[in-house]
Write a protein that binds this ligand. Sequence first.
Ligand SMILES: Cc1ncc(COP(=O)(O)O)c(C=O)c1O
Length: 378
Amino acid sequence: MPGFELIGQEERDALNALMDEGGVFFAHGFGAMRKHYHIRELEAEFRNYLSCHDALCVSSGTAAIKVALKALGVGHGDEVITQSFTFIATAEAIIDCGATPVFAGSDNTLNMDPAQLEALITPKTKAIMPVHMLGVVARMDEIMAIAKRHDLAVIEDACEAVGAKYNGQYAGTIGDAGVFSFDYGKTITTGEGGLLIMRNENLAIKARQYHDHGHINLPNIPRGQDRAGISGFNYRMSELNAVIGKVQLKKLDYIIAESGKRYQALDQGITAQVFKKRVIPKQVTPAYDTYIVEIDSKDVRDRAIALLTEMGFGTKNLPDAMNWHCSVYWDHMGFDTRTPAQLETLAMLERQVAIPVTLGKSVDDFAKLAAAINGLSA
Ligand SMILES: Cc1ncc(COP(=O)(O)O)c(C=O)c1O
């Protein structure tokens, strides 16, 4: 979340520098007019930061999911297992490929429950897409083991977990593919934008071609004379987004460290039994952008939400944007929205209150908030 809070002089300078050095907003060509290929540089910086082999900048997190699915060959008649608590884009990208989303429920981490996963696998299953919701990585050890047993690809939807880790490894680099979003509400932002990590070199080449009309981008020949490797689409990022991305990536470690202090103030300060804390698997270092408590009593929950509004924190998605984050609400999309797993997830989500961790408020503000929340249990 805090990326947009830190937009300032550095981002302004980066945009001005882009204008001064020739004003080329396109990723390719125009060599005589430019000093940098910013998207290529941003991709190299992400490869270095995430310690991964390949990184592809795209126009959004949704585009990143779609490109990953296409590269993996997901199409008509296929099923992709994801989770009921996600953002609607996860399901949209699957449907846009002609495939059907299948929804696992969440466990007490609020992410995909691995115990439900195996029973959902059918001969039509082509991939599994766990979603690392609100900064916390799903139980990847179990999910990867099940995927391996059934020879299925895993796409990590890490749109909400840039910078989070699992066993010391960055979210998004564990599965066969990983996707990030840099939309305006994410931990770091380029306004709109996304990143795709592919672990397999051949699939990475396919993804790169697919996001750019199939261009194979042969070196040393003009782009107009280039050939198409596959039938693709346009999901390219602009250089405008990339220059902002380079600045924001430099702020990521600071954002996570500062968010972590505020998150810990809540975690240490909220002690009353009525507030059940989201379970964070021991392997996980969160991105700390959201703190979630489950409150069974509707009265205490309503008072907690009112308190958060009154103190100027508000809530984040739970409960204010449930329609966009729970598959039960997506009747318009043409799949079964009422399986027991989805209904159980909805019931669980209705008991959660998610507190946004913002840098606009101090650690002390969060400590005071924790004390005020505790007071509600009296
Ligand atoms: C879990 C998840 N997946 C996918 C997306 C889509 O990302 P974008 O908004 O960049 O298309 C989002 C963005 O909200 C998200 O939270």
